[in-house]
Structure formats: C-alpha cells, structure tokens
Design a protein around this ligand. Structure first.
Ligand code: HSE
Length: 372
C-alpha cells in the first residue's frame, strides 16, 4: 500500500541542537521517509537547504497557516518561541504532532516527555490515545536516566543525589562563542612558563580582568566552575536542579507514593559538549556489585560500562572521550563507605545527541512507523 510521506516541519534547524538533529536525520536516511519543510524567522523566501529533496523556499516560522502545512513540527527554537506560538497554533485548529526540544511544554498535562529506551511503552500508549505533543527532557535528566536505566527498570533506586559537570554548549551558542573568545584572549601573549606561580598569577589576572570578552556574564567560563545553572527557585534549588525530580518522575509516570527523590548541585564547567555527572544513589535493597553492573549494561545498547580502574577510566570516562557519539559511558561503579546500599557512579554523555537531538530524532522514527 502506498502512503503519503508525512510533511515534517523543521524549526530552529540552524541552532546547535537543530544542526545535530539534521545530521542524525541524514545519517539515518530519514529525509527519504518525509517531506521536509524548513521554517525561518529571518530568511523567509530564501531557498531551503537541500537534503536530496526538491528544495523549496523557507517558510515563515510565525505564520500559522504556513505552520499548518506540516503534519509534524520538530521545534528546536527555545522556550520563547514555543510559548509564543504553540497555543495559538493549536487554537487555530492544527492537530499535528509537535516535537519540542525546549522545556516550555514538558510539564503540560497533555504532553509526554520522550526517552524511548526508558518509556517506549508510555509513548505507544500516548500515541494510541491521540496525544500529539512530545517533548525531550532536560539534558542532564536524559543522560542520567540512560546511565542508570537498568537500575530504574529493576526498581532498585530509592533516591539519587547528583553533582553535574555541565558543558558550555548546554548554555547555548552564544556561550560557546564567549568561551572560544575567552580562550583566545587568555592564550594571547602568555608569559614563558618557567616561573609557574608567576604564570598562574598572570592567567588568573587575565581571566578576572574586566576586558575579558563577555565578562558581563559575571564569571569567566574558562578555567572556572560555576555552581549555578538556570533561574532561581523559591526553595533554594536552581531550576536546573528542580527539573531532575519532576521530569524523571514524569518520564517514568510514577505514582505519587512511588516517586524517586532526586536532588543535587548542577554546575557549569569549561568543557565543550558532553555533560558529566557524579551520582550517589541509595538502593532499595542490597544487590551484589556484579549484578548491579549487569543491570546497567543490559539496559540498552548505548551504555558503555567502564571498569573501575584508573587507565580505563581516564581513557573512556571523560567528556572528550564520548563527545560526538551516542555512547553513555558509566564507570566508577562501586559500593560506598556509608554501607552496602549506597552506590557511587560517574557518567558522561553528549548533551547535544542523547541530551537533546536524539530523543526527538527517535520520536520522529516512532511517529513515522505509527502513521504508516
Ligand atoms: N539545560 C542544559 C544546560 C542544556 O544548561 O546545560 C540542555 O540541553
């Protein structure tokens, strides 16, 4: 039987997440299964990029009629765009599928947070029930959940405490540019390094100098650690820290009395595109460490378990080692001195791939199968 290809509108495809998403659609030959529509705010009418389809013109990202041409919209444009457009588009009668990378709709009652290696069943149910809004989780949440998927599925997790080491790319393209400028500015004219303390002083002074590019963001991104991400909540958490609990429990659709407590400190560090997290978790019952490793390893194909050894850890359990891959590296797995039920682990994953673009790219595949 012949099926019409779904018309898939791409919004925010020039940004970092959008670019990585396009790359994944190319790698997985998905442009052959869809009719792509490209939207823009600044270049409406220009020729759309060519991914082996007949190149059309760029459509206006704020024009509801233009948006309504799509059966599926994949939106990587950020919160503000979704807040400005989503309700109006729905109210205009559009009944298509909205796939969103931003947090704007994550907690809406009529949205599903997608992380299919963990909640494929809920996604399937939602599709059968006619739900149309599918949202990617916060990057640290997806990366954490993929790392401990096996423990979550085995219902072994009592509570989780995390400390994140979040890459600059998570703060957006402008932060990346600032980071690069700060690197250039600081590296320029560095003194000879024979006197280490004098050099360290020079570098520190350069970093704290008001002339440092983009000093207005308060603290240098380079050679620094910023223990604050996103806005302030009334309970002392940052919004980034607050998201972990609400999103994890929504993804797993846990009943109120079964919810997993999760809290920690989210920290920006001067790495490029992979987030790391140090995790302490309390197990619901004592399980031998070999079994723990098996649960972690067998959960899905992307987990790469790194033995708790120095050489392997330093080679494989770092942001640079996993960047540009779909690997979720998990290591430093060991019981802690507090007792047999306390587990330590460390995980790294690419925040633009599994942290943002990949869950949406996979949702598109699920949707294409469902519509066929
Ligand atoms: N909120 C994340 C961060 C980005 O600030 O690193 C998620 O893609």
């Amino acid at each position: 039987m012949h099926h019409n290809k779904p018309k898939v509108g791409l919004i925010g495809w020039r940004g970092m997440v959008g670019t990585v998403l396009l790359q994944r659609l190319v790698e997985e030959n998905q442009f052959q299964e869809i009719e792509a529509l490209f939207y823009s705010s600044s270049q409406v009418g220009n020729v759309a990029p060519d991914f082996g389809q007949q190149s059309d013109r760029l459509l206006d990202v704020y024009n509801l009629q233009m948006l309504s041409k799509a059966n599926i919209l994949i939106v990587c444009q950020g919160n503000k765009y979704t807040q400005d457009v989503y309700q109006k588009l729905r109210q205009s009668g559009w009944t298509g599928y909205w796939l969103d990378a931003s947090s704007a709709l994550r907690l809406h009652a009529d949205s599903i947070i997608v992380l299919d290696p963990l909640n494929r069943q809920h996604i399937n149910q939602a599709l059968c029930q006619g739900m149309k809004t599918f949202v990617g989780a916060n990057c640290t949440v997806s990366l954490l959940m993929l790392a401990i998927a096996g423990l979550l599925q085995a219902d072994l997790v009592d509570w989780i405490s995390t400390a994140s080491y979040q890459a600059i790319s998570g703060a957006g393209a402008q932060a990346m540019q600032t980071f690069i400028k700060q690197l250039q500015w600081t590296a320029h004219d560095l003194p000879n390094t024979t006197n280490i303390l004098a050099s360290a002083k020079t570098i520190s002074e350069k970093l704290m100098d008001n002339a440092l590019p983009a000093k207005q963001i308060n603290s240098p991104l380079l050679a620094n650690v910023l223990p604050w991400i996103d806005s302030e909540m009334s309970n002392g958490q940052t919004r980034e820290e607050w998201k972990a609990g609400v999103e994890l429990n929504k993804i797993l659709q846990l009943e109120t009395d079964k919810q997993i407590a999760i809290d920690g400190t989210c920290v920006r560090v001067g790495t490029i595109r992979s987030h790391a997290q140090a995790i302490t978790l309390k197990l619901k019952r004592c399980v031998p460490i070999d079994d723990i490793e098996q649960y972690i390893l067998q959960a899905h194909p992307w987990v790469k378990l790194v033995p708790n050894q120095r050489k392997e850890t330093l080679a494989k359990l770092t942001p640079l080692a996993v960047s540009n891959t779909l690997n979720i590296a998990v290591g430093r797995v060991r019981k802690m001195s507090m007792g047999e039920e306390y587990l330590n682990l460390f995980t790294v994953g690419d925040q633009l791939l599994w942290g943002a673009a990949e869950p949406l790219h996979r949702m598109l595949s699920i949707l294409i199968d469902f519509l066929n």
